[in-house]
Design a protein around this ligand. Structure first.
Ligand SMILES: O=C(O)CCC(=O)C(=O)O
Ligand SMILES: [Fe+2]
Length: 670
């Protein structure tokens, strides 16, 4: 049966009703949303819920303001969302007013469309989602994000492939969240998504992200490459709970922040370049990805094929990022770059740099910068630095920093600190480092160091932020006073975050001495040790046994396949990845080529044959510092951004770029 979606039917849609009815944020309106939806669901009748916001709603105000960026066009649409109920009756669970935006790409006719559905989710629903997670702050994932290499702080509600979506300890919490979110997806989100994007199938990944003052403040500008349709629900209100938040951009440095209120929902596809920067306060969001299949096997290569073939540079760049071979990726990127599409020029620059062709890379970076791509300033600045042109480098960092690019801000701060290419200026150094501390882990820690000692006030906050975002030195420094004061219970999670042999031994010792640990922390420790034991590390096996003899085994299953997984690398994606960062630390070994993928629904993953234990001395000899966090990026398709970050890692290994399939079995135990 067909779903109904009436778009732009202001003439035929019901009247907005009384002012009280129009205000979706009044308690009555919230109640009506919940109550009527439940009634509609129970009786299968056409019981519409009217959540059309009035003009005072922030998103409508925003869109009617005069000075929207020139790359944005918007209009509003009256919507009626319906889904078939029982016995063939239609339910009309939602009447709303949407804001539709189009982002115009420079040098292309492409329009990236997004829709904001104000108040699609009720305030109580948003609060009900946050509440159990606020009560379990240690239950968030702390793996490394593929977009910006910082700790994710995400909680996966469900995922077709992500390993981290499957552990028994957090299952009750996941179930609680599924109970809240699934009816919302079924009754409100999916009807809209499938009506607007008829090829959309299942929700293959659903997660909550948090952005806290002492943790993550941003999510770097990116494309949701693996997602067919992405949906982001703000669980807090811009202007009230936080400043900034979700933005759309073209890479030109100009970011248009959508003043999303609690429950406002954004729907877009992977052509929308977007990110998050929370400038003040805390923000939570619920994000989900629809695939164009019902079994979560993505057919992403076919998206925008026709448009790419017809010569559109945006479509070509997106195609390059999902290409199945390196050659294919290269061809699409070159074609887009030659049409002066700045983002493709930036990626092509990175691709050349990865191949060692730094001069050619610099040429493409310069073209990208010339075309307005601010990320290019950072890469070009690094190149100038390598050439010994410090003032040229500083000028480029200045340009990037002033355009709001975080990595350039950090470099500019360091330049002022050291007097490299600019006169030494501690005050300017500190200003830029503090600005950059919303974006890079290094800047978080350097901002801490730039403050007065002993650490208190903002110095303490920057230290905690750096530590929570994975800076090893910051973790040690943050832990030190806790350990001195024998606050062992607080020390426990930090020992895990260090992920070293010494820290895990200490964790086990404290556990045996009766210091409590959160169940998920204990689970993580046991799984980590089991993985390492499985790889043949005898000392890890001993620690695990000690732990198990002293307390109930919380992790009893066979060792997680996480560290034994292999990735069928599409080497082309390596170069087109949005997430390739210059300072990625290699933490994996590439071993023999692997045969065909076996994982339905996660085409990039195969189970590895038994692999030899990695040899820490070899890695140590290379002067690298392997981190277990790297191995956790091997998340099957769920976090496909992680896959691209994985590619960024693997490119450090000789031969990796030329073999289409590589195994990446494990990290080292140190
Ligand atoms: O937190 C948000 O609002 C957006 C998150 C996002 O873009 C992502 O996870 O891909
Ligand atoms: Fe995203």
């Amino acid at each position: 049966m067909e779903q109904r979606l009436a778009v732009g039917r202001s003439a035929s849609s019901p009247n907005p009703g009384s002012p009280a009815q129009q205000d979706a944020r009044t308690p009555q309106a919230e109640q009506r949303l919940l109550g009527n939806a439940a009634t509609a669901a129970a009786f299968g009748g056409a019981c519409a819920v009217d959540v059309r916001p009035d003009q005072s709603h922030a998103i409508l105000q925003w869109r009617s303001q005069e000075r929207l960026p020139s790359f944005l066009e918007t209009h509003t649409e009256e919507l009626t969302l319906s889904r078939p109920g029982v016995w063939g009756f239609f339910q009309e669970p939602w009447l709303g007013r949407a804001v539709v935006g189009h982002v115009k790409w420079p040098g292309a006719s492409w329009r990236a469309k997004f829709t904001v559905l104000p108040s699609l989710i009720a305030k109580q629903e948003a609060e009900a989602m946050k509440e159990p997670l606020i009560a379990a702050p240690e239950d968030f994932d702390e793996d490394i994000d593929g977009v910006d290499r910082m700790v994710t702080y995400e909680f996966i509600i469900s995922s077709a492939g992500a390993e981290k979506a499957h552990d028994p300890v957090r299952e009750p919490l996941r179930q609680k969240l599924r109970d809240i979110t699934e009816p919302i997806i079924r009754d409100r989100i999916a009807p809209f998504v499938r009506a607007r994007y008829p090829k959309a199938g299942a929700v293959c990944h659903s997660m909550i992200r948090r952005y806290l003052e002492n943790e993550r403040r941003s999510h770097d500008t990116h494309w949701d490459i693996p997602s067919y349709v992405s949906v982001v629900v703000s669980l807090d209100s811009a202007g009230l709970d936080f400043e900034g938040g979700f933005f759309v951009t073209t890479g030109s440095g100009e970011k248009s922040f959508l003043p999303l209120q609690r429950g406002d929902t954004v729907v877009h596809q992977s052509d929308l370049l977007h990110g998050v920067h929370v400038k003040r306060g805390d923000r939570w969001s619920w994000a989900m990805w629809f695939q164009d299949s019902w079994d979560c096997s993505s057919r992403a290569e076919s998206w925008w094929q026709l448009e790419a073939e017809a010569g559109d540079p945006v479509a070509q760049t997106l195609r390059a990022m999902r290409a199945s071979t390196q050659e294919e990726s290269w061809t699409w990127l070159q074609s887009a770059a030659r049409q002066s599409f700045p983002r493709a020029q930036l990626y092509l620059g990175k691709a050349h740099e990865d191949r060692g062709a730094t001069q050619t890379a610099a040429g493409w970076y310069e073209s990208a910068r010339h075309g307005g791509e601010v990320d290019a300033c950072f890469y070009l600045g690094l190149w100038e630095q390598q050439q010994g042109n410090l003032s040229g480098a500083a000028a480029l960092f200045q340009q990037g920093a002033q355009a709001g690019e975080g990595k350039a801000m950090a470099e500019l701060g360091k330049a002022y600190r050291d007097g490299q290419g600019v006169p030494k200026d501690p005050s300017l150094a500190r200003q830029w480092l503090e600005k950059a501390a919303d974006f890079t882990v290094e800047a978080m820690y350097l901002s801490h160091l730039a403050q007065a000692s002993p650490p208190e006030g903002s110095a303490a906050l920057f230290l905690e932020r750096a530590a929570r975002m994975g800076h090893e030195e910051a973790i040690r420094k943050f832990m030190e006073p806790l350990a001195k004061a024998k606050r062992w219970e607080e020390v426990m999670p930090w020992l895990l975050r260090l992920e070293s042999k010494a820290a895990l031994s200490q964790f086990v010792k404290l556990r045996k001495a009766g210091v409590p640990a959160q169940p998920f922390a204990e689970f993580r420790a046991q799984r980590l040790l089991a993985d390492l034991a499985h790889q043949g590390f005898e000392d890890a096996r001993q620690l695990l046994q000690e732990m198990r003899s002293a307390m109930a085994p919380i992790y009893q299953e066979a060792p997680s396949p996480m560290l034994c997984k292999a990735v069928a690398l599409q080497a082309g994606a390596l170069y087109a990845s949005a997430a390739t960062l210059p300072h990625a630390s290699p933490g994996m070994q590439v071993t023999s080529p692997m045969p065909q993928p076996v994982h339905a629904g996660s085409p990039h993953m195969v189970h590895a044959a038994p692999t030899p234990a990695p040899a820490p001395p070899t890695l140590a000899a290379q002067g690298t510092r392997p981190r277990l966090g790297v191995a956790r990026m091997v998340s099957p398709m769920g976090r496909a951004m992680s896959t691209s970050a994985l590619h960024a890692q693997v490119r450090h290994f000789p031969g990796a770029a030329h073999a289409p399939v590589q195994t990446v079995p494990a990290c080292a135990w140190k």
